[in-house]
Design a protein around this ligand. Sequence first.
Ligand code: PMP
Length: 390
Amino acid sequence: VFAGIAQAPEDPILGVTVAFNKDPSPVKVNLGVGAYRTEEGKPLMLINDPSRYKEYLPITGLAEFNKLSAKLIFGADSPAIQENRVVTVQCLSGTGSLRVGGEFLAKHYHEHTIYIPTPTWGNHPKIFTLAGLTARTYRYYDPATRGLDFNGLVEDLSSAPLGSIVLLHACAHNPTGVDPTVDQWEKIRQLMRSKSLLPFFDSAYQGFASGSLDKDAQPVRMFVADGGELLMAQSYAKNMGLYGERVGALSIVCGSADVAVRVESQLKLVIRPMYSSPPLHGPSVVATILRDSEMFNEWTVELKAMADRIISMRQQLFDALKSRGTPGDWSHIIKQIGMFTFTGLNSEQVAFMRQEYHIYMTSDGRISMAGLNMKNLPHLADAIHAAVTK
Ligand code: PMP
């Protein structure tokens, strides 16, 4: 009965690793997937397993994990938390949090259009469309400056219908590595609040942009401080190295404690028929670290080391291109932040580098800086140089 089914294409990001794994070359480099790697190119194990208890969690997940997650992103002294206006439910990493939030909005929010930046993480439009929302775009990245198209962003959000939902990357925008400044965030906040645009923050890289958890959460906290509502999807994949454990949280900041109780009851109706209840192991690991000040401090040191190693790779790649005299202004490599650099290489150059140099990245020219180290960096610089001067 399924004989007529068409072959679906590989995922544009995860498919890069499929191709990489098939390549027998000893010099191959995978810069496709945003997963942290050490200088030795190995995954970094940040934590040991604390949990033996294997019972079902409630629909909303591990309560302590939810509380600690809200504190981590909104700040321990957040008035919204103190006023019990925040409802947090544990979800399947960042993706699951976005999906549950999207389904909740499709069911309970009056406006079904969500504005997402161009470009954005490729999964965003699919998640929200399948959740029942209509995805539209707002301008974000300016290829000419390889920076933020702030005027385009303001224009597009200004003309969005009142009450529309707006997806915002909390920090370390994927794939561009370009974030608004604090001043620009403040202007975006004022504009959005004046038009009752509902912020839906996606935080997949807290701690990775600056190396400081609090600093990376600053834009989000500005939106909470004004007393308004918002949604927040948090992922612990990158910042705790828990990728495959699928640990994340969806928080909804509501107008009052009373509303928060009702919102939570409806979130349960979204989650129960979707996957019943979330997994236990990952959030136990996260709660163990977040509740213990010594482990928390140790974690922040490791996080800073990851962020610093990436920043140092940026400098070294920039220097390597400069020393090769590679044509073009490569300063965006040091200006952009977080895990990714949007190199500006076109799909033809990307294909050339894969063919001739066994270097793998997504076809939009995005490279994961975390996949670089002293050993493979000269090889990448040679490849970029050859691709640009070809
Ligand atoms: N949002 C963004 C912007 C991301 O880059 C990612 C990870 N690539 C996610 C969300 C979600 O990832 P996960 O579901 O693994 O937490």
